[in-house]
Design a protein around this ligand. Structure first.
Ligand code: FEO
Length: 391
């Protein structure tokens, strides 16, 4: 439990045990599930935590509320990492009213069978807690359709749900007065790319909607509470949701016996010689896909290479392309290299996918038959020159 203002307390928890967030995305430094108590004339809790941490969470609430009962639970987002302790909280405070929009309340019934003491709010609704008044803004698809954010106009605090969140447990503090934004930057981009990356347009819409509000504290559901870094955090989310990119290249390949890998090492060296300074190389059979996606959200260039496998792309390459297209990543330059032993297919499959997704592709590509003996230095040089000049 930690004081944020005189009446607002952090009551969230750190999870340093879970290895895969959503059973998909690696957690290198854990994750926090953030929740807040507003101890006004009425006591409100904003969001809950993953159910495994309900006991510690409940103790934090008791302390923050000074033993008073909870009057309201504000539910900004129903994904179970935040809604998982609703039933336990309800059991402890049976008179508590659960506040959510129509979609939220439907999900509360569906997930937890709770049908009573529900208070439905809509976009722009307000709720007075005494001194503080909360206003609710619907923010659909940031990250689920029921998502909303809650603004407290006295504390100028935005309870932002997943927006402005990041991976990484909170190491010995809660706010960015104690924790450096820079220490969480990579984890913020990785979190955005993996979790929110598909929803760039709704994030942009929400940013524009919230821009007129005076905000001094952003209290997201994951990561530090932002006070002094608000400008930086909003800039990161704005850039990522516009798919803005730096000059640089991700070189990602599949390689069964090292030939395609060797080709990619050569391409990367040439790219650097041609002035591409930021280059990240990933072997997709062993890379952490969340890191690959993080860097694809950061850099404009993407060189992808694949062997032909069962007349298709090598499976990890195909999976990466799916993840990119699911996230409707825009404004990237794709350069392709394909390899085969007896029947060429990889380059054709790359071209089909690029055309379907409307990706900008380099007119030249490289095709390798069997080994690097079939590829000339001039071909690699021409590819790297064209890539660097177009980047
Ligand atoms: Fe952290 Fe979409 O839940």
């Amino acid at each position: 439990m930690k004081k944020i203002t005189d009446t607002i307390f952090y009551v969230g928890v750190n999870d340093r045990v879970t290895h895969l967030f959503e059973r998909l995305w690696s957690l290198h430094r854990g994750v926090s599930y953030n929740s807040y108590v507003i101890a006004d004339e009425k006591v409100a809790v904003v969001d809950t935590v993953e159910v495994a941490y309900a006991s510690a969470f409940m103790q934090n609430i008791e302390k923050a509320a000074g033993g008073r009962p909870v009057d309201y639970l504000i539910v900004n987002h129903m994904e179970p990492d935040h809604s998982g302790s609703i039933a336990a909280l309800r059991q402890r405070y049976p008179q508590m009213q659960i506040v959510g929009n129509a979609k939220t309340l439907q999900m509360i019934k569906g997930y937890y069978g709770i049908c009573e003491n529900l208070l439905e709010v809509s976009d722009g609704s307000t709720l007075s807690l005494g001194s503080e008044t909360l206003t609710f803004y619907l923010a659909p698809m940031v990250h689920w359709p029921e998502t909303m954010v809650t603004y407290g106009s006295v504390a100028k605090i935005l309870f932002s749900g997943d927006a402005f969140g990041c991976f990484g447990a909170l190491d010995g503090g809660v706010t960015d007065e104690e924790l450096a934004f820079e220490d969480y930057y990579d984890e913020m981009v990785r979190y955005y790319a993996c979790i929110v990356g598909k929803y760039g347009a709704p994030v942009q819409k929400a940013l524009q909607r919230l821009a007129p509000l005076p905000i001094e504290i952003i209290a997201a559901t994951h990561g530090p509470v932002w006070k002094r870094s608000i400008g930086k955090v909003v800039k990161v989310y704005d850039e990522l949701s516009r798919y803005a990119a730096q000059r640089g290249a991700v070189v990602a390949y599949g390689s069964m016996y090292g030939n395609t890998a060797g080709l990619c090492e050569e391409i990367a060296c040439r790219l650097r010689e041609k002035g591409v300074e930021k280059i990240k190389i990933y072997d997709l059979s062993s890379a952490d896909i969340s890191e690959v996606l993080r860097d694809i959200f950061l850099y404009r260039g993407l060189v992808i290479a694949s062997p032909t496998y069962n007349n298709e792309l090598f499976p990890p390459v195909r999976e990466l392309l799916e993840k990119i297209s699911e996230r409707t990543v825009k404004g990237r330059l794709f350069g392709f290299a394909g390899s085969y032993t007896w029947a060429s297919a990889a380059l054709k499959r790359f071209a089909e996918k690029a055309e379907k997704c409307g990706w900008e592709t380099l007119p030249c590509s490289i095709e390798m038959k069997q080994s690097s003996l079939s590829v000339t230095d001039e071909q690699i040089d021409a590819f790297a020159t064209a890539f660097s000049e177009t980047l």
